[in-house]
Ligand binder design. Sequence first.
Ligand code: G3I
Length: 305
Amino acid sequence: GSTLQAAAAETNRYFGTAMAGHYLNNSGTMTIVNREFNMITAENEMKMDATEPSQNQFNFSSGDQIVNWARSNGKQVRGHALAWHSQQPGWMQNMSGTTLRNAMLNHVTRVATYYKGKIHSWDVVNEAYADGSSGGRRDSNLQRTGNDWIEAAFRAARAADPNAKLCYNDYNTDNWSHAKTQGVYNMVKDFKARGVPIDCVGFQAHFNSGNPVPSNYHTTLGNFAALGVDVQITELDIEGSGSGQAQQFQGIVQACLSVARCTGITVWGVKDSDSWRASGTPLLFDGSGNKKAAYTSTLNALNAG
Ligand code: G3I
């Protein structure tokens, strides 16, 4: 394949990108999105604060712009994200207890129902595990509603859109030996054992020198897949430049291709200048939209699969 999506399709995988609403105003960026990618994640526009700015008053206009562009150009959509401790609307941030639990479930139900039939996979719950060595849940207002809040969210999402794949998504879960990775693994294992509806696990894959691509990445992806879920790289970006960065992208692609149930890779933006990272050059295209060495190594690794 001569594009990322075509090369990934040769092994029945997708290659996606995050897309912010403002990309739609930049024809150069959109040319790249259309050519290279076949899975779209809204970078911010489908999050809780964007879709429910006032309680029970939903606003899908920004999300719809992205979803409609994607679908009318033959792309699939990853929904991001139904329930998260971050980017909650102001009205939700200080809620607690049953009130918060019901508001969260109402949000999951209403948003998943609105987009029913248009979403390939939903990040139902995002980033619910703590950093560090505890391997436990992150403290948050949602967690304080009870440890079963995650499975409640998944059950609500399944009821609202039975055909969407339902994913748990997190970061720093790449290294098999990290406590956070083990915590998420044990949750997924428990969910599968008890019939909680979960179909997939997303690995955000935000890497930098302090958090490099682990050499055991294929082990992590393979062990999760062996639980009976699909796995995906969902928000890939890697700080660095030149051949070092290119090699790390290649390693990620190889790790995914080595696991049958690793069904796709999404990068977290198109041009370096679009990245959420305040500085750095973590993506596959430079600020002018030129292909970087990391693009070439990614494409070659996909084609070698
Ligand atoms: O839209 C407002 C704008 O009106 C305002 O003037 C401006 C001033 O701060 O803020 C704008 O909102 C910002 C928004 O991005 C849109 O640009 C928010 O402040 C900013 O916090 C927000 O950052 C996003 C971040 O999630 C928030 O947590 C990043 O764009 C987005 O890339 C990032 O994505 C996350 C994933 O959802 C989850 N995994 C980690 C990943 C990277 O942090």
